[in-house]
Design a protein around this ligand. Structure first.
Ligand SMILES: [Zn+2]
Ligand SMILES: [Zn+2]
Length: 408
């Protein structure tokens, strides 16, 4: 049978409906996602749905779960990825491929609220993916937000990290009135800060040990509140969905059922055939990150993100974008090539890298030492004229890794 065609699909991962502490029901949220033009959406309601510090948006005593489950795999033209967020006080865990209705009250799980309890539980369903949500969320004293960071770094059995989080990046970047005013001035839904450098460094380190997939999320709740007497809605769904998106290159069964298409998206995400994009700066159609054979007459074999280059393969890394911008190629967390333009090509001098120690093994980081190189690409657009941010460039695209085996 012929391989299905690979299609670039853009979606939004991580938001909350009235199934937990969001403010719109799943049908309304899917309709908004359709209006924004998303290909897919993962509504990830909290389980337990009622958290001590998150008031439920439904009648007291209603502990029903899985409001999203009655929705089909495709609604308003949007493919619905089943999803949920295990939400103990710390160590929030996004699971894709699993609906809240399939999950018993997690507080009944043996070992709750230790992450091993729900990570092992989610793993029982084949094909599910698990991501550490907003892993370095610092909380915010100014906005009275507590930290929801990941604490337990001894765990290793997850698909990846929510590397770029709309709500967490703003929470990190707004620490006083001046920064709050500036955030509004530069456009809360436009000039999203870069991913937390702490998380990115962690991701670069972990990826030298094993595959770790990065995703972008919004964590939109469209939470209604008052700030100094002014009615505000924090991260309404529609503008949030138009910012940080996760894109996948899915092996898309064109005549397949919506369920088959959802499976194709989950497969691509799990493989790391995916990247993160702030859609405000443009559609990433034409974005390329690949590695082929260096030198003339190289083989036609091409490696994409999620793939692993065999040890000793003479590689040439290539990055291409549809509009000129600042391109960076990053190896093991260090930028090894930069250019301004639409293309970047780089052949490492050291084609057979030496094996070396990575992070020291230790109980707090769960590290097992360096096993591979991790290469990724970034694209940053010029700061637009209307912005007063003064940072020069805004982050547009963060790829996932192409891995490179170290020689034994
Ligand atoms: Zn969370
Ligand atoms: Zn959340």
């Amino acid at each position: 049978m012929a391989e299905p065609p690979v299609r670039l699909l853009l979606g939004s991962i991580h938001c909350h409906s009235t199934g937990s502490d969001g403010t719109a029901d799943p049908g309304e949220i899917l309709a908004i996602a359709g209006a924004v033009g998303l290909d897919f959406l993962a509504i990830t309601d909290h389980v337990p749905a009622v958290m001590a510090d998150h008031p439920p948006k439904r009648p007291a005593g209603d502990r029903s779960r899985g409001a999203a489950v009655s929705f089909p795999a495709q609604s308003a033209g949007v493919l619905r990825l089943p999803g949920l967020e295990f939400s103990p006080p710390h160590n929030h865990y996004l699971v894709l491929g699993l609906d809240p209705a399939d999950v018993p009250d997690p507080t009944d799980l043996p070992g709750w609220p230790r992450p091993e309890a729900y990570m092992a539980f989610a793993r029982r369903w084949p094909g599910t993916l698990g991501f550490l949500a907003h892993p370095d969320d610092p909380g915010n004293a100014f906005l009275h937000l507590q930290s929801y960071r990941w604490d337990d770094w001894a765990v290793t059995d997850f698909t990846g990290l929510e590397v770029w989080s709309l709500s967490s990046e703003w929470s990190r970047s707004v620490r006083n009135y001046r920064e709050a005013v500036r955030a509004v001035a530069v456009g809360v839904h436009r000039a999203v800060p870069p991913p937390n450098p702490v998380t990115v460094a962690r991701w670069d380190a972990l990826a030298q040990e094993r595959k770790v997939v990065g995703i972008a999320g919004t964590d939109a709740h469209a939470y209604r509140t008052r700030w100094h007497g002014v009615r505000v809605t924090v991260f309404p769904y529609e503008p949030a969905f138009g910012t940080l998106q996760t894109a996948v290159w899915a092996k898309f069964p064109l005549d397949g059922s919506p369920e088959a298409k959802v499976s194709a998206i989950l497969e691509a995400l799990g493989q790391g055939r995916a990247f993160m994009v702030n859609r405000v700066w443009g559609h990433p159609s034409g974005f390329v990150f690949r590695a082929g054979q260096a030198g003339p007459g190289g083989s036609a074999e091409v490696f994409s993100s999620g793939d692993t280059l065999p040890a000793g393969f003479p590689a040439r890394f290539e990055v291409a974008v549809p509009i000129p911008c600042w391109l960076r190629l990053v190896r093991n967390g260090v930028a090894v090539a930069n250019t301004y333009g639409r293309e970047l090509s780089f052949e490492p001098l050291e084609q057979a890298p030496a094996a070396g120690p990575g992070r020291p093994p230790g109980p707090e980081n769960g590290a097992i030492g360096r096993r591979q190189e991790a290469w990724r690409a970034e694209a940053w657009v010029d700061e637009p004229h209307w912005s007063k941010a003064g940072s020069g460039f805004f982050p547009w695209i963060f790829s996932n890794f192409i891995y490179r085996e170290l020689p034994l």
